[in-house]
Design a protein around this ligand. Structure first.
Ligand code: CA
Length: 229
C-alpha cells in the first residue's frame, strides 16, 4: 500500500485530504507543523508528499528542498495563493506538481494517483531491468547470471556462462572458434581455441538432452558453432 505524508497546518483541510486519500486506498499520515513534517519526511518512509507552503516552523519551500536533497519521492505543493505557486515553480525546488487552494478532493486524488504511477514506472523499470533470454526450455537470466533448463537450475562456470550467453544473444550466427575465443577470453589469457571446444562440451552436457544431437548449440563442421533458434 502506498503511504502518503500530508504536511498541513490547517487541521480541517488536512483531515479532508486524509479522508479522501484513505477512501482511495492510501495509507496517510498528517503532520500539522513544519518541524514534525520535515523530520517525518526525511525518515524515507513515504511514497508521496503533500506539502502546504505556509507552515509554522519550517515552511514548505524548505521541506521540499531538503526532501529533494535526499530522495526522488513525488512532491505535491499546495498553496492558497496563485502567486506562491508561480514563485515555487520559479525557484525550481523540484516539486512534481502544484495545487491552488481551494481544490476539489477528487482533483487531489487524481493527481496523487498520476504521480505515484509515474514514479512506480520509473523505479519499477529499474528493478525489472534483468535481461532474460528464453529459448524453448532454456532460460538465461543474464543479469543475475542464472540458467534454467526445463525449469531446473544449472550451475555454470564464469566462462561457460559467458560463452553460452554470447551465443544465445546472437542466435543463428555462426562463429568460428577463434572468434569465440577472442570474444570470451582476453587476448592475453593462456589457452587456445581448444579451450572453446572443451567449454562447448561442458555447456552441452548441462543444456542438451542428447549431446550427440544438440538442439541448442550446433556444430558447423569446418567453421564453428551457432546457437539454433
Ligand atoms: Ca498553511
Amino acid at each position: 500500500m502506498n503511504k502518503i505524508l500530508i504536511v498541513e497546518d490547517e487541521v480541517a483541510i488536512a483531515e479532508l485530504e486524509k479522508d479522501y486519500l484513505e477512501l482511495s486506498g492510501f495509507e496517510v499520515e498528517v503532520a500539522n507543523d513544519g518541524e514534525v513534517g520535515l523530520t517525518k519526511a526525511l525518515s524515507g518512509d513515504y511514497d508521496l508528499f503533500i506539502l502546504d507552503l505556509m507552515l509554522p516552523g519550517v515552511d514548505g519551500f524548505e521541506i521540499c528542498r531538503q526532501i529533494r536533497d535526499k530522495m526522488n519521492t513525488p512532491i505535491l505543493m499546495v498553496s492558497a495563493k496563485k502567486d506562491d505557486i508561480d514563485k515555487i515553480r520559479g525557484l525550481g525546488l523540484g516539486a512534481d506538481d502544484y495545487l491552488t487552494k481551494p481544490f476539489s478532493p477528487s482533483e487531489l486524488v487524481a493527481r496523487v494517483k498520476a504521480h505515484l504511477s509515474r514514479y512506480d514506472r520509473l523505479t519499477g523499470s529499474a528493478a525489472e531491468a534483468n535481461r532474460v533470454i528464453e529459448i524453448r526450455g532454456l532460460k538465461i537470466d543474464t543479469t543475475a547470471r542464472r540458467v534454467w533448463v526445463n525449469g531446473e537450475e544449472k550451475t555454470f562456470t564464469t566462462k561457460e556462462f559467458d560463452l553460452l550467453t554470447f551465443l544465445a544473444s546472437h542466435p543463428n550466427h555462426v562463429y568460428s572458434k577463434e572468434e569465440l575465443f577472442r570474444e570470451i577470453w582476453d587476448m592475453e589469457s593462456i589457452g587456445d581455441i581448444a579451450t572453446v571446444t572443451v567449454h562447448i562440451k561442458k555447456i552441452r552436457e548441462k543444456i542438451e538432452m542428447d549431446t550427440s544431437n544438440p538442439q541448442y548449440i550446433e556444430t558447423i563442421w569446418g567453421v564453428g558453432y551457432r546457437f539454433k533458434v
